[in-house]
Design a binder for this molecule. Structure first.
Ligand code: PMP
Length: 384
């Protein structure tokens, strides 16, 4: 008898485990991200409550600061490297070169680690020491170039030359070239843009973004327009950048614009990573989709960052703040009707934590005459 009982219970156990296997219960879900690379993209879309309330619209934002490397550039680094692998322009033991002083260097260094490539970043010699320190802690080689000559394209071209010529690499150098490489545009077309459509059920009336390479506004703009040609693509442009005038007026870009990087360009802004004075391939792809462009001042970007922090608890960087000012201007100008419930989407490119020595530093803002009076009080650290 007990033997029979034991046999029956073991059969029941066996059948249960088959059923569990058949129905998938007891198995690990297959959407567990695969390490660092698996965490890139699929960022949450949030409603910015304060702006939505103030404008009578739904203001949504992609939280790109939640990418594992802390910025929207993780998507671009992954896309550029994986495209190069597929096209066999990047092989085992290879080294990725880029000329950048911004977030792209950090994202490239991290993706290179995850994929066992070397990474070499060229940056101008007038950048904050913490940028070099961060890149070196991530394992990248950092080379500095003098950023003085009008004719010298400096760090950007040095990266290209070294990728092609470094004898130690025996042809395994690869120049990432985020400005001209359209894997940047594609990361946003099939990643960011596609995600926005999915997360909103395709109900988007406007997309607002600044441009540094043009990858975000081009890729997302193209994807959203393909879904609905009536969606408005709106550029937010910081002081000193030439995009707003040219893009909105449909002015043809001259050869001189294309060669702009050969001249030293001084941007008149503290917003990092955005603004352009030459026509890059990625921005060229964006131009046909841009419907409106608004200038955003540094004062407005600083005020917006404080507003988002105090109203919504969102601590974001300078380009994210500039994007949100662009949202407000789009509505206040009438391009998107106020109190219409229209859905505007923008990008929170990185966190304020990346900007503690400039955009979110009271002493720095004061030195630039940009400190709002309500922040002008002495404390130990001077960080906003
Ligand atoms: N925000 C930050 C922090 C960036 O580094 C950049 C790119 N340099 C941008 C925004 C602009 O994005 P895109 O290059 O796609 O135009």
């Amino acid at each position: 008898r007990p033997d029979g009982l034991r046999r029956v219970t073991s059969w029941i156990g066996l059948i249960r485990s088959w059923l569990r296997r058949l129905t998938g219960r007891g198995c690990l879900p297959d959407d567990i991200p695969g390490g660092f690379l698996g965490l890139i993209g699929n960022t949450p879309l949030i409603r910015i409550e304060s702006l939505s309330r103030d404008l009578g619209c739904t203001v949504l934002a992609k939280c790109e600061f939640l990418n594992p490397g802390g910025s929207v550039k993780d998507r671009v680094a992954k896309s550029i490297i994986e495209t190069a692998e597929r096209e066999e322009r990047l092989r085992q033991g290879g080294c990725v070169f880029e000329g950048t002083s911004g977030s792209t260097g950090i994202s490239l260094a991290l993706v290179c680690n995850a994929k066992k490539y070397q990474c070499c970043i060229f940056m101008p010699d007038d950048q904050a020491q913490e940028k070099t320190d961060t890149l070196r802690s991530l394992g990248a080689r950092v080379a500095h170039c003098k950023n003085v000559s009008m004719a010298d394209p400096s760090h950007y071209c040095r990266a290209a030359e070294n990728a092609a010529d470094d004898p130690a690499l025996e042809g395994r150098g690869f120049f990432a070239n985020q400005f001209e490489n359209t894997a940047n545009f594609l990361a946003h077309f099939s990643g960011t843009g596609e995600e926005i459509l999915r997360q909103t059920n395709g109900k988007v009336d406007a997309f607002v973004s600044a441009a540094g390479t043009g990858g975000t506004i081009g890729g997302v703009g193209a994807r959203l327009k393909a879904h609905n040609p009536d969606v408005k693509i709106i550029l937010a442009d910081p002081p000193g950048s030439a995009l707003a005038g040219k893009a909105s007026l449909g002015v043809l870009w001259t050869r001189e614009d294309r060669e702009g990087y050969r001249r030293r360009i001084i941007f008149d802004t503290i917003a990092e990573g955005i603004g352009l004075n030459r026509l890059t391939r990625n921005f060229e792809l964006a131009v046909p989709f841009i419907d409106e462009a608004f200038r955003v001042t540094d004062e407005e970007a600083v005020a917006m960052s404080q507003y988002l922090l105090r109203q919504d608890g969102l601590f974001v960087g300078s380009s994210a703040s500039c994007n949100c000012v662009g949202v407000v201007k789009a509505v206040m100008s009438g391009a998107i009707p106020r109190d219409s419930g229209a859905v505007l989407v923008t990008i929170l490119c990185d966190s304020g934590m990346r900007h503690l020595s400039k955009f979110h530093n009271r002493a720095y803002l004061k030195s630039m005459d940009l400190l709002p009076p309500y922040l002008d009080c002495d404390d130990e650290h001077g960080t906003a």
